[in-house]
Design a protein around this ligand. Sequence first.
Ligand code: SF4
Length: 340
Amino acid sequence: MTTIGIPRALLYYKYYPLWITFFEEIGCQVVISRNSNKRILDDGVRNTLDEVCLPCKIFTGHTINLIEKGVDYLFIPRMKSVETKKSFTCPRLVGTSDVIYYSLRALNPPTILSPYVETYTHPLIEAYLEVGEALGVEKDRVEKALAKALEVQEKFTHFKKKAPSPHQIMKKLSTVNREFAPANIPPHIEDEGSDGKIKIALVGHSYVIYDPLISMNLIDKLTSMGIEVLTGEMLPEELLMQNYQEILKQMHWTYEKEILGAANYYLKDDQIRGLIYMSTFACGPASLVGEAILRQARKHQDKSFLALVVDEHTGEAGVMTRIEAFVDMIKRKEGAAHGN
Ligand code: SF4
């Protein structure tokens, strides 16, 4: 059976149900790289340019892991636009397949399937027909496979909005689980999301905040400190879009609109005590989005705000110290507000 390697990095965190379902439906076997670890990071850093962002370096490491596994093809689509309006993704996401090809030539990588996903100007099916043609799969089968894959993707989106905590989302991502039926979503667990806990919102790219290595397991750390964590993925799309437009009338980066919308929504939410924006060093869009969130946060003096920028040299101890200080500050404010 033909094997397709999908790196567990970047947009895997958004589209893994769609991609895996599609390939399985056309009769391929999907191989996902292992969860991020130090070796993957080191391989990525050694084999890519210094100036790229950390998620792209990690992506390179994941691709090497798949090359070592001996997959027949790598799937690295050029995700140019994912909306039907004039909105785009970061140029680095569009160029990843080229960067991988030229960076890893010496490792003799397998053929890279890299169709243009450009839904602003072309129907999505065109990208998948291109993949089908490269693999010798007939049009009919590709169309049915994509329809099924989109269904599963929709269930994943729905699951994220209903998940009782980001842990549930992380678990799906780390175990590549594609069971999203409501019965599989645990009811609100007593010790998660229960009343009385301090609520902190965490916003940033899904491949940053859900990657255990890049985020340094921030969600787990906050939870172990007795904090209830909420992320942007848990909010409905319409809310994200409405809220980003309150800050910027127009922005042409799809995923950044979501981050901005989530930040603005949580800053206005009376139940939220603090907001953490996590980004990575050398991220182009973050320089604009981070500034916009900071300005917005200044208007909400009742909320504490922390911007965390990480790269491959960031020490976990330093991040932990900042997180502990941030949580302490919120707890002290809470205590003062209640006369303690
Ligand atoms: S948005 Fe930032 S972190 Fe994401 S790929 Fe682009 S530069 Fe890297």
